[in-house]
Design a protein around this ligand. Structure first.
Ligand SMILES: N[C@@H](CCC(=O)N[C@@H](CS)C(=O)NCC(=O)O)C(=O)O
Length: 256
């Protein structure tokens, strides 16, 4: 874990802007168009946090998108980063590579081309984890044995990488690109621990479970963590085919 004191004070929980809401004026600070529960946008946030870059968050209601979203992200998705007024970069992995090149402090991608390639392979290998998560959330009935087997194969691969590398994190003694780019799904899978299809069997996945515990202690991760019961509640809307409540976190924080 980084011992450097973090003096930034970033509000991750700004209101999700929707159709009709004006675009906040650009004030020169690096900006992230985000959605608080988006695992892809979380990749960008984790990279920014790990590198202690100062930025502001503009959260977006993705069900009722503001008219100006396509001027910031041609795909009308989050994340997008605005590096200068109207100069934006989107696609989570592209934003992270860009940030890593432009902000050399705390490099995330390995310098060595082979190690860099291997890290990218790990991110690719996590695809079945991502797709099982989305299927369970949105089309749970369609999940079949093949999807679950592919999920376990991906977990096995990642655990094997951890074992072979012999380090606390995939990228060494601190998390790096591979760790942060796959983390959002591990964080979310914790909210599905009751689901037999997803559960990490301790006897089979002890190393991976230990790794998850270590990731939870990393400050880039912990400052953006959503409490499990709130995450589960947010997900519930998808399983019930209801509108997700993007302000859930703020509402829950207020009631404490
Ligand atoms: N490949 C994109 C995926 C981003 C993505 O799918 N974001 C979702 C939110 S989690 C989104 O913006 N969805 C809005 C939509 O599809 O209309 C990336 O890696 O950035």
């Amino acid at each position: 874990m980084s011992a450097i004191k973090d003096s930034r004070n970033i509000n991750f929980n700004t209101k999700h802007l929707r159709k009709g809401d004006p675009l906040p004026p650009f004030n020169g600070k690096l900006r992230v168009y985000n959605m608080r529960y988006c695992p892809y946008a979380q990749r960008t946030i984790l990279a920014l946090n790990a590198k202690q870059i100062d930025y502001e968050v503009v959260n977006i209601d993705l069900i009722d998108k503001p008219e100006w979203l396509t001027t910031k992200s041609a795909f009308a998705k989050v994340p997008a980063i605005e590096i200068a007024e109207d100069v934006t970069i989107y696609e989570s992995l592209v934003t992270v590579e860009y940030l890593d090149e432009v902000y050399p402090k705390r490099p995330l991608l390995p310098q060595d081309p082979l190690k860099k390639a291997l890290d990218k392979i790990i991110v690719e290998a996590s695809a079945p984890i991502q797709s099982l998560f989305i299927k369970i959330l949105k089309f749970s009935d369609t999940v079949n044995e093949e999807h679950v087997a592919a999920y376990h194969k991906a977990l096995d691969f990642i655990q094997e990488q951890l074992k072979n590398r012999g380090t606390v994190f995939l990228d060494g003694s601190e998390p790096g690109y591979a760790d942060y780019m796959i983390w959002p799904w591990f964080e979310r899978l914790r909210a599905f621990a009751h689901d037999e299809r997803v559960r990490l069997e301790p006897s089979k996945y002890s190393l991976l479970l230990e790794y998850i515990d270590n990731m939870l202690k990393d400050s880039a991760v912990s400052q953006y963590l959503i409490p499990l019961e709130i995450l589960a509640k947010f997900h519930e809307a998808y399983t019930k085919k209801e509108r997700p409540n993007y302000e859930l976190l703020n509402e829950c924080l207020k009631s404490f």
